[in-house]
Every structure is written in structure tokens, then in C-alpha cells.
Ligand binder design. Structure first.
Ligand code: NAP
Length: 274
């Protein structure tokens, strides 16, 4: 029996329950996947204690708890040691152990879509947990540097400490006017890009944003996301669904000891009900 779940806020549009329910069924494992909507990180220890008591095997951890969860686990794997953020915890005989499968997931998305990052001018919006995972996947594929756009500088400085062998240039939204042109744009912000506050930020740098070959939005709802819709002329546009599936499959393997068999295309049809 495998009791699995996800902790985060908000979880309304999360597709993780759908994916993991299918993985359980496909692997012939009796179990379930429950969403625990928690806004305040101070509630994490109460929930973890409860889930341990009821023999949960593992959880996904999403925004805003990816860093806070680390204060409540007994062990971390190398990916978490490097990135300082976790998206997965598993209950072991020694307590909760944290993992990060986001970087693996994003890397698989780059490979699946044939996106070369080495030698490219890459712009990442955001400097949170997901952005760190994106930088690591790009680094593993030969990228020497990226430009990070974030509201504030300190998180980018934290990223520089994590990746001392990469050139991480910082830009404010307004500062994009002075930046070079970019080949690849990646949105790793939990932003509502249909909202005028975010659109004003976007337009501040528009001259430098309109000729990328590739645009990737880590968000995946709706399928054609507001961020992707800003780029009517981009040659290639991808939402974060492939990353979601790949990071989920790796988490499932950690919890259940077997890799699920799946087709991203079939899961996409089920997720978007087409
Ligand atoms: P996170 O760690 O909570 O992201 C924090 C980032 O958002 C920081 O850069 C922060 O900037 C910025 N931010 C937050 N509120 C802001 C505001 N009001 N104005 C300006 N900036 C703000 O989240 P995350 O885990 O990195 O996730 C980012 C996005 O990626 C989410 O939409 C998530 O759903 C998505 N994601 C997708 C997948 C997938 O599998 N497809 C996996 C992981 C994440 P400051 O430093 O200035 O606060």
C-alpha cells in the first residue's frame, strides 16, 4: 500500500494527483495520492507528524514550501544539498528524506524537445527553487551562463553561490532594455502573466524579448499559457508539462522503487481533456 500526496498552496490547478494516480494504477500498486493545501510553512511539522503516523510513503512539495521543508527532514540527497530546495520527500526508517527531481525533469524536457543550451544566450525569469533547477539542468548541458531577471537581487546572489562556475548576470525587469538579445527565454516565476502588473514589467524590456528561438514556460495551465501567448512569433514554444511528468516519474520511482511506464503525449491528452 502506497499513500502519497502533495503539500503546497495553492493546489487548485495541480496535475500531480492525476499523474500519480495513473502511475499507481499502471504499476499495479494499491494506493492513493492526496492534495494537502497548506499556506503557512509553520504548519509543516504538524502535517509531517500526522502523515508519518499514518504511514505515508512520500510527498511532493511545491511552492511556497520547497525551502522551508528542509528544516523538518532528517536527511537530504545530493540534489538538495546542491540546490537548497526540495520538491520530494520520502519516509525512510530514519525519518523524512528530501530530494529534488525538478532539475532532472527540466533536463528531460530540454532533451525531449531537442533544445540545445550550450553557447546560447539564455534569459530566466525568476530566482526561486524552480529557477535553480533550470540553471542546473542548463549547466549539465554545457551552458556557461544565464541572465536572471528577478524583482530582487539577493536570491540571484544565492544562486551565484550555488553555481560558482557559471556566469549569472542579474537584470531587473526595467534593466532588460540595456541587455543583449536572447536565444532562449524561460519563465520560472509563479506569476500571472495575464495580469497588468506583470505585463507592465514584461513590456519594460520588450525590445530585447521578441526574437527568441525558444520560449519555455514552467507553468502548464492552461495549455497555451499567458506567458507563451506573449510570443506570437517565437519559432518554438513549450509549456512545463513535460517537465512536470518527468519530475513526477522520478519522484514515483523514489517512493515506490519502480519507474512508471508512460507516454507524455497520452498523459497530455488526459490532462487537457482533448
Ligand atoms: P518559488 O520558489 O516560490 O518562486 C519564487 C520566485 O518568485 C522568486 O524569484 C521571487 O522573487 C518571485 N516572486 C514571488 N512573488 C513575486 C511578486 N509578487 N513579484 C515579483 N516576483 C515574485 O516558486 P518555484 O518553486 O521556483 O516555482 C516557480 C514556478 O515554476 C511556479 O509557477 C511553479 O508552478 C513552476 N514550476 C513548474 C514545474 C513543472 O514541473 N512544470 C516545476 C517546478 C515549478 P523575489 O526573490 O523577489 O521574492
Amino acid at each position: 500500500m502506497k499513500n502519497l500526496g502533495i503539500i503546497g498552496w495553492p493546489l487548485d490547478g495541480s496535475l500531480s494527483p492525476l499523474l500519480h494516480s495513473r502511475f499507481l494504477s499502471q504499476a499495479g500498486i494499491n494506493g492513493g495520492y492526496t492534495a494537502f493545501e497548506i499556506k503557512e510553512s509553520m504548519e509543516l511539522p504538524i502535517l509531517l507528524h500526522f502523515l508519518e503516523r499514518f504511514k505515508f510513503s512520500g510527498l511532493n512539495v511545491t511552492s511556497p514550501h520547497k525551502q522551508a521543508i528542509l528544516s523538518h527532514v532528517q536527511d537530504v540527497d545530493d540534489s538538495v544539498r546542491l540546490l537548497g530546495a526540495a520538491n520530494t520527500v520520502a519516509l525512510t526508517k530514519n525519518g523524512w528524506k528530501a530530494y529534488n527531481t525538478d532539475s532532472y525533469g527540466f533536463g528531460r524536457q530540454l532533451d525531449a524537445d531537442g533544445i540545445e543550451v550550450a553557447g546560447k544566450n539564455i534569459l530566466i525569469f525568476g530566482a526561486g527553487g524552480a529557477a535553480r533547477a533550470v540553471v542546473q539542468a542548463c549547466r549539465e548541458r554545457g551552458a556557461g551562463g544565464v541572465t536572471v531577471v528577478n524583482r530582487t537581487l539577493p536570491r540571484v546572489e544565492q544562486m551565484r553561490a550555488i553555481f560558482p562556475d557559471m556566469t549569472l548576470s542579474y537584470s531587473s525587469f526595467e534593466g532588460l532594455k540595456e541587455a543583449g538579445l536572447f536565444d532562449i527565454l524561460i519563465n520560472a516565476l509563479p506569476a500571472d502573466w495575464s495580469n497588468s502588473i506583470w505585463l507592465d514589467r514584461f513590456w519594460a524590456g520588450k525590445e530585447k524579448l521578441f526574437s527568441p528561438a525558444v520560449v519555455i514556460d514552467l507553468q502548464y495551465m492552461p495549455r497555451s499559457t499567458p506567458f507563451l501567448n506573449l510570443f506570437s512569433n517565437a519559432a518554438k514554444k513549450y509549456n512545463g508539462f513535460t517537465m512536470l511528468v518527468e519530475q513526477a516519474a522520478m519522484s514515483f520511482g523514489i517512493w515506490c522503487g519502480v519507474r512508471p511506464e508512460y507516454s507524455v503525449k497520452e498523459l497530455e491528452l488526459a490532462a487537457y481533456k482533448e
